[in-house]
Design a protein around this ligand. Structure first.
Ligand code: NAD
Ligand code: ZN
Length: 342
């Protein structure tokens, strides 16, 4: 079969022929239809600091996908040949303290699809049945493949209720854009989105942002305060992984408000904990992955009901062999979600 493989500990990837995977008794063989590119794949491609310590080539990349079950192991009971599936990318052990307490997203023995386990940018992949998600027939393929990052956005937005609340979204990458649609559908009364990328700010307007701000061109703090009667926002959702943006969020959050942080920072961040958190009584949520599978049910319902239409975010589609085009667009910031047809 053909696959996008990170073959060497240097920049780049290769589209090469590799042996098709084999399945064990509890595994499922899936024929991939669409895969989508995530920022993680760009890190692996560019061999950034994170990739250098975390990733061990050779490995097939990709963890967002939709496909059809081609073959099942003898002990598989939950899916059948022909089922249209996606998957939770956090492959948990099921046995550790976290898993047994309902936190499989932070399993002690977590294996990430496309990082520790051969990924979805290939004709076929295998997965243990316990991470598979059977897709709602009302969700088109193009939407089914983006459910995994959509789930990141759900957990960030819904760590607490947002209805009738004022919300600041920092970073309008694909996950911040999904969050904009989710916050709007969940009844947020004011949604302010900040991103230095005007292309993405335009998409955020289509997803329901009331005010869009460019922190490279304007001082966003006084504008946010003015828009909230000098109260500041009730909720900050941090998707930029930028220290300055994080501090802007903490400065503009109303005392007693909450911040959810999904963004990942290149270095240790600096915040004024006394002034911006403790004396303001701010609640901080660190968000990683998704709740398995409660968030998948929510994702499925947001999409199948039409409460959130992610179409404006899905901006490009290429054949799998042209994955480099997608990675370049992502590095240039000239896209939303890029989908690869396998
Ligand atoms: P992305 O890189 O597509 O989006 C980040 C956005 O932040 C970009 O549009 C960028 O222009 C914007 N940005 C940069 N500087 C900014 C600033 N000063 N103010 C406002 N915006 C700024 O990433 P994504 O795929 O949408 O993911 C969002 C973040 O979440 C990333 O940091 C990613 O690494 C992280 N992430 C975390 C998890 C997790 O489980 N915790 C999972 C997936 C992604
Ligand atoms: Zn575990």
């Amino acid at each position: 079969m053909k696959a996008v493989v990170k073959t060497k500990r240097t920049k780049g990837m290769e589209f090469i022929k590799v042996p098709a995977p084999r399945i064990g008794p509890r595994d499922v063989l899936i024929k991939v239809m669409l895969a989508s590119i995530c920022g993680t794949d760009v890190h692996i491609h560019d061999w950034t600091r994170w990739a250098q310590y975390r990733f061990k080539p050779p490995r097939i990349i990709g963890h967002e996908f939709v496909g059809k079950v081609e073959k099942i192991g003898d002990e598989v009971t939950q899916v059948n040949v022909g089922d249209r599936v996606s998957a939770e990318s956090h492959i948990s052990c099921g046995d550790c303290y976290q898993c047994r307490n309902g936190y499989s997203e932070i399993c002690k023995d977590l294996r990430l699809l496309g990082v520790d386990h051969d990924g979805a940018c290939a004709d076929y992949l295998t997965l243990p049945e316990h991470v598979l998600w059977k897709n709602d027939p009302d969700i088109p393929d193009k939407w089914a493949t983006i459910q995994e990052p959509f789930g990141n956005a759900i957990d960030t937005v819904m760590a607490e209720d947002v209805s009738a609340k004022t919300v600041l979204i920092l970073g309008a990458g694909t996950i911040g854009l999904f969050a904009t649609g989710i916050a709007r559908a969940s009844g947020a009364s004011l949604i302010i989105v900040s991103d230095p990328n005007n292309y993405r700010l335009n998409i955020s307007k289509k997803m329901g942002a009331h005010i869009t701000l460019n922190p490279k061109k304007q001082d966003i703090t006084p504008i946010i305060l003015e828009a909230t009667n000098n109260n500041g926002v009730d909720v900050v959702l941090e998707f930029s992984g930028n220290n300055q943006a994080l501090n802007q969020g903490l400065k503009t959050i109303t005392p007693g408000g909450r911040i959810s942080i999904l963004g990942i920072y290149e270095k240790q961040v600096s915040i004024d904990l006394n002034k911006e958190v403790i004396f303001k009584k701010i609640r901080i949520y660190g968000i990683t992955g998704r709740k398995v599978f409660s968030t998948w049910y929510k994702t499925s319902r947001f999409l199948s009901s039409g409460l959130v239409d992610p179409s404006p975010i899905i901006t490009h589609q290429f054949p799998l062999k042209d994955y480099e085009k997608g990675i370049k667009l992502m590095k240039d910031g000239k896209c939303g979600k890029v989908i690869l047809k396998v």
